[in-house]
Design a protein around this ligand. Sequence first.
Ligand code: NDP
Length: 347
Amino acid sequence: MTQNEAINTRILLAARPIGYPKISDFEIDKTLIPTPGPGELLVRTLYLSLDPYMRHRMADARSYAPPAPLGEVMIGAIVGEVVASHNPDWRVGEFVEGRLGWQQYAISDGTGMARVDPSVAPISTALGVLGMPGLTAYFGLLEIGRPVPGETVLVSAASGAVGAAVGQIARITGCRVVGIAGGTRKVAYITGDLGFDAGIDYKAEDDLGAEIAAACPEGIDVYFDNVGGTITDATLDYLARGARIVICGTISQSSLAAPELGPRIQGKLMTAWASMQAFNVFQFTARHEIARARLAGWLGDGRLKYREDVVDGIENAPGAFIGLLRGENFGKRIVKVAESTANRATA
Ligand code: NDP
């Protein structure tokens, strides 16, 4: 083992952000690689997932999960490989996914970890299209949105990890799909590579409502809301009768000191006899494996595509996360932390 490999670089939560997180809200910490005890294993991180929910967990605010502790390793999911094991259930060389945080090496007793099969798809997809974001798209759209063939599905943050999968699953379901994304490249991607029926660049539009009206002439049957705020406001006048709004995320509000006030939503829902329902991907944990198998099938037959936005090096995770909150990512943002020592398919 070289001197470099003996060091475990970890990113700690140094301060609770005010507004958009800053680099100084994180601390890069170097410590020795820990040694697993009885029943434990040592996991070497290969990929770290960066996700919008982390912004909520950095705050000390009421949430469905406790805040990330100050001074501790930042929370997050990784894909890694087992490099030492004193646990008979886990073998050295296995690829795993688990919530082991922003660090190069972590000790685990195996709780909450899942095996990742590299023969199904590149292992990084366990953090994206075959992982939490893909499952969010699957359950949010199919269970909460309940799309019917022929209906119009509108999705925001449409080129991102969740949004891209939502649009494609809606297409597989037989719906007409319109995506809202920031910038011409993202819109070209969803309408070109992913086959969305229409795309709207909200950053280029002065009158987003008019663009939505033009792209959804029959109205919106399902609005899959990844962002909240003014984009959501702009959709509300174009709901078709019986529309379903899936509240998936509110990234546009997560770094604001106080949430923006929208229009009186109740009136808009009444007009369209519409409903609005929030959900969490972990409501459906018992059915994750069934969904993952369907997603993998669509991936295998080419009906589901994905895009990854890979940043190199764990030291760059804080900046990459701040960029994600500002829309600088184009696809599922992950950090490549290391190559597999087994030198297997990890790309
Ligand atoms: P993405 O890969 O879509 O990345 C985030 C994107 O959000 C950015 O690329 C940007 O896209 C968009 N964005 C950022 N700031 C704003 C803003 N101010 N206004 C509008 N759009 C903005 O992330 P994910 O796919 O991982 O997550 C998408 C949403 O789903 C998030 O809100 C997240 O919290 C939520 N989520 C919810 C889950 C649940 O269980 N309910 C589980 C997982 C995710 P653009 O450039 O197009 O604006």
